[in-house]
Design a protein around this ligand. Structure first.
Ligand code: OGA
Ligand code: MN
Length: 288
């Protein structure tokens, strides 16, 4: 397969990410896409440095990796004026209103839209404008998190499922289309149930699946105190890894991650500086 392509990968300073070289966004063939896909599956995160493509080229490229997923924020402040496939992440205010999602605040470790029945498989994030400092994005492998679990933790979660409430986002704002719950117990709110250990649909490898927050998560059937403690331990274990890829953005950089086997977070940055990113998102399987 790779015989017909000039595309190759160079692992950078972590096991989680490789830089893709030899891929031309304005002229590629099936073998090139197949090579990109295989590196994406192998590393979990791939990066294209300073490629300076257009929105339309990003949309075209994304199409090769599955159907588009519309992020809820795309229907709110994160909509793109001409490309409905693109989520705008931006801290720019226009007429006193945000002109993109996420603002300038820190985004803590998460996988994307974990509160969906079918969370996305992939995200392709492209830097349009970057601040002079801050706003870095960090990635870790949840294969690695699973594979390095101490035995007692691995036994404790064997065959377990995790419930994620889907009513409020991390900032406490009601999610699109949701209404205030009547119960004070989040376990009775609307939400989704996923396996705590998921098997990747394409690689067959097992990964720990913690979603996006400890709050509002419950290991189904476990007394709440016990579940909270176990979830805290799992988060601690996962986020303590030194094997983290740190993306320091330059304009035109593209990072593409596999949302089924990685987690990411973002630093905050000076609100008086500008950071604008365009993201496309591709659909994934229901976690099993
Ligand atoms: C995202 C996200 C981080 C960033 O797009 O899902 O978390 O660096 N973005 O903007
Ligand atoms: Mn994210």
């Amino acid at each position: 397969m790779r015989m017909n392509t000039k595309v190759s990968a160079v692992q950078n300073d972590s096991n989680v990410c490789a830089d893709i070289v030899g891929f031309d966004f304005s002229d590629y063939n099936d073998a090139d896409i197949a090579a990109v896909r295989s590196y994406w599956l192998q590393y979990g995160v791939i990066r294209f440095r300073a490629v300076h493509i257009t929105d339309q080229q990003q949309v075209n490229f994304s199409r090769h990796f599955g159907d588009f997923v519309i992020h809820p924020k795309q229907l709110q402040e994160g909509g793109h004026p001409t490309h409905r496939e693109i989520l705008v992440i931006s801290n720019v205010m226009t007429d006193g209103k945000p002109s993109g999602a996420l603002g300038n605040s820190e985004a803590t470790w998460h996988t994307d839209t974990w509160f969906y029945e079918r969370p996305p498989a992939g995200a392709i994030l492209r830097a349009i404008e970057v601040p002079p400092s801050g706003g870095d994005t960090y990635f870790l492998s949840t294969y690695h998190a699973y594979e390095t679990l101490p035995e007692e933790l691995r036994n404790a979660i064997e065959g377990r499922q995790i419930f994620f409430q889907s009513v409020y986002d991390k900032t406490g704002r009601l999610r699109l289309g949701k209404s205030e719950p009547t119960s004070t117990d989040f376990r009775e709110w609307s939400g989704v149930v996923h396996p705590l250990v998921r098997t990747h649909g394409e690689t067959g490898r097992k990964a720990l699946y913690l979603g996006g927050t400890r709050e509002g998560s419950w290991i189904v059937g476990m007394p709440l105190d016990e579940s909270n403690d176990l979830i805290a331990e799992l988060w601690e274990h996962t986020t303590a890894t030194p094997d983290v890829f740190v993306q320091k953005w330059g304009v035109g950089d593209i990072v593409m991650w596999d949302n089924r086997c990685t987690m990411h977070r973002r630093d905050s940055f000076d609100p008086n500086t500008i950071r604008i990113m365009h993201r496309t998102t591709t659909s994934g399987e229901r976690p099993v």
